[in-house]
Design a protein around this ligand. Structure first.
Ligand code: SF4
Length: 700
């Protein structure tokens, strides 16, 4: 018998599906899709529909603070007072001795906006360092730079409503059929009703998304920019560009035109491994469509040339004038549920809240004034991978890790282990003992999870939703905002005396007034009574903004969108050689989420892809004398992985694929894909190059 039902939002991916939660008389929860929700209309994917198992099973939860006084002693249970007093005393003493840049916070795209905001205020405003970064660095930072360079701000112009208005989709470096399933279901339904709708997928793997497409361009990894430029060249030659849009609303076209004409379609075809006719076909599908949407995710972002890949793709929307009108636009698919909310509050080492710029003195002064502090440091903080480099070198002494598991998710994980061992003080604030990172903590703080705390999140289409607290957290676990505020007060900082998440949200909302992401008229009451809203919501009774740039005024100084010319059309990753002849690309599987601390608890989610396997092309398998099912040893300059082989032409020749979810806790050290991955990052976005590591593969 269900006592009560409430509406909330799924805590997994950036699609942001609405969920109805029901509780029984024993306070066990059940979930179902919210039929009235504008995103999912009642549908849920396998991860979302099994969320209640994750909540009801508390066997892995961290129940009380644990601390150790030295590395030679085990951690012991302590009170919250002892835990946070120790944290404050260690942070004070390290900062006094080594300066504010000797400490750092590493947070998460799964944190709620209020948590993100308060951690950012604490670090940048009061600790006096910009050393706060987030696992969104591994996910979205190349897209952020791409949008900023093209439109002037990190602004996703599109809405899910545009899906049903478009007649051509270019899905590239993404497998939404598995990783954004409900969004992909909407595309499938749209195509089922409108068979003329065209879907192009660009991916080195034949994924479920590619299988549904009208055209799959199975490119050689790392050749994306050349392929997008070749498509642009065909569009130009066929007269399928929007000259009026280019002339009146953009800048930089001539330099771009020069670059796209520097490589012939024939040469591009050879470099990319894609038939010339398919490149021309893709250009026709795009150029002849009335509404063209591009969608992308990690295949573009996680690259040593991630920023250039993003701008090269965005150029296809500009050259066709497909921005700011119904059924069109470039749509980056956010991996995590609140990656966008984190960007709004400036939750990265090079950003300030409300899309202000850390490099802009006036912006720093405005933010400092708002928080009542003397100044914000002009020095960019350490990004995710830089933090662990600095721990390893000893420049960074203490790190506070909240809601993320870098021991599985960061590249070259053996190096992350040695960095953590070298840290003087490690705080891990999390919900689960199954996080590999907990093993390295001097202080473990139990955090409340989904349904155990309230706050807001923003999905991929700028849609803000309110998530209510419905159940009590187990043991002594507390909401992250309470933990951060309590610590800040013990550090002696004013400005953290909040009584609720709502008060924090209100402070943040007032900060947005007059900005491009203004939500100063969107309070908790409206979110609770009227549902979700897409930012900006700049006026009283404003219904939210479905689509940006309808007036063709972009956020650049000239108000024009900018064609960016790729600094390098070549991939700058370390190329395969005699010792490491293959390219490893990593990614996700349908029923697992990140490092499996949540989805790994649900038996029915393990049946689809129970253990990690290496996907290898039949030609590469033959050359390496590997048969389907053999145990293989994959080696790179950084480490080793041993898993069974799956011989399949789903993966292009010369490339192998491993899923990224498995860590030591769940299987063994030898299943962890990031043992292998290289440490290159994009020079601007600082996003790691997960999709291109040279490796060797042999039968074990
Ligand atoms: Fe949750 Fe994403 Fe699945 Fe929707 S598509 S139910 S948001 S995991």
């Amino acid at each position: 018998m269900h006592k009560k039902e409430v509406k909330t939002t799924c805590s997994y991916c950036g699609v942001g599906c609405g969920i109805i939660v029901k509780k029984d008389n024993n306070d066990k929860v059940f979930v179902e899709g919210d039929k009235d929700h504008p995103v999912n209309r009642g549908m849920l994917c396998s991860k979302g529909m099994n969320l209640h198992y994750v909540v009801n099973d508390t066997s892995d939860r961290i129940l009380y603070p644990e601390m150790r006084w030295s590395r030679s002693h085990p951690r012991e249970r302590v009170s919250w007072d002892d835990a946070l007093d120790r944290a404050a005393s260690v942070f004070k003493s390290i900062i006094k001795k080594h300066g504010p840049d000797s400490v750092a916070f590493y947070v998460s795209g799964q944190s709620l906006t209020e948590e993100y905001y308060i951690a950012n205020k604490l670090t940048k405003g009061f600790l006096g360092t910009n050393n706060i970064d987030t696992n969104s660095r591994l996910c979205m930072s190349s897209a952020v730079v791409g949008y900023k360079k093209t439109f002037g701000e990190d602004s996703v112009p599109v809405s899910y409503e545009d899906i049903e208005l478009a007649d051509c989709f270019l899905i590239t470096g993404a497998n939404p059929a598995w990783c954004h399933p409900i969004l992909f279901r909407r595309i499938e339904q749209h195509k089922e009703k409108n068979p003329h709708v065209k879907i192009i997928v660009i991916d080195p793997r034949k994924t479920d998304s590619a299988n549904f497409a009208d055209l799959h361009l199975q490119l050689i990894p790392g050749t994306d920019i050349i392929l997008y430029n070749a498509i642009a060249r065909c569009l130009y030659k066929r007269g399928l560009i929007d000259e009026d849009f280019i002339k009146n609303y953009t800048e930089g076209f001539s330099a771009y035109k020069e670059q796209i004409f520097a490589t012939s379609v024939k040469d591009a075809s050879k470099i990319c491994g894609v038939p010339e006719s398919d490149i021309r076909k893709a250009a026709d599908m795009i150029g002849l469509s009335k509404g063209f949407i591009s969608m992308w995710a990690m295949g573009l972002n996680q690259s040593a040339v991630g920023t250039d890949k993003n701008t090269a793709l965005l150029n296809l929307s500009l050259i066709t004038g497909q921005v700011g009108k119904p059924g069109s636009g470039p749509f980056s698919l956010t991996g995590q549920p609140n990656a966008m909310g984190g960007r709004e509050v400036g939750g990265m080492a090079n950003l300030l809240a409300v899309h202000k710029d850390l490099q802009n003195e006036e912006h720093r002064r405005e933010v400092a004034q708002f928080w009542g502090v003397d100044q914000i440091s002009p020095k960019p903080g350490l990004t995710a991978t830089e933090m662990f480099d600095a721990l390893e070198s000893g420049k960074l002494k203490a790190i506070w890790i909240a809601c993320t598991n870098p021991l599985v998710s960061l590249p070259n994980t053996h190096r992350i282990e040695s960095a953590m061992k070298n840290a003087k003080f490690v705080v891990v604030q999390d919900i689960s003992h199954k996080s590999d990172t907990v093993a390295f903590a001097d202080l473990v703080l139990p955090a409340a999870g989904w349904l155990e705390k309230e706050g807001t999140m923003t999905n991929s289409e700028r849609r803000i939703s309110y998530l209510p607290k419905e159940i009590n957290a187990p043991g002594e676990a507390r909401p992250d905002v309470e933990i951060f505020c309590d610590f800040a007060q013990r550090m002696g900082f004013r400005g953290f005396n909040f009584n609720s998440a709502e008060e924090i949200y209100e402070e943040y909302c007032s900060m947005t007034k007059g900005t491009k992401i203004d939500i100063s008229f969107l309070n908790y009451d409206r979110l609770k009574s009227e549902g979700t809203f897409q930012w900006p919501v700049p006026e009283h009774r404003h219904a939210g903004t479905q689509r940006l740039f309808q007036d063709k005024k972009f956020y650049t100084p000239s108000q024009k969108a900018i064609f960016n010319v790729a600094t390098s059309i070549e991939n700058t990753s370390m190329q395969p050689n005699g010792m490491y002849p293959l390219v490893l690309t990593t990614g996700r599987v349908r029923d697992q989420w990140h490092t499996m601390t949540k989805t790994g608890k649900v038996s029915r989610l393990k049946t689809h892809y129970p253990t990690p396997v290496l996907e290898i092309n039949p030609v590469d398998a033959y050359l390496s004398k590997i048969k389907d099912g053999d145990i293989t040893e994959i080696k790179s300059e950084n480490g080793v992985v041993r898993v069974r082989a799956k011989v399949t032409d789903n993966i292009v020749k010369g490339c192998v694929f491993l899923p990224m979810h498995w860590g030591k806790q769940l299987q063994s050290d030898l299943n962890r894909a990031n043992n292998l991955t290289n440490t290159l990052v994009d020079p601007i976005s600082k996003e790691p190059d997960f999709k291109f590591t040279r490796v060797s593969v042999s039968k074990y």
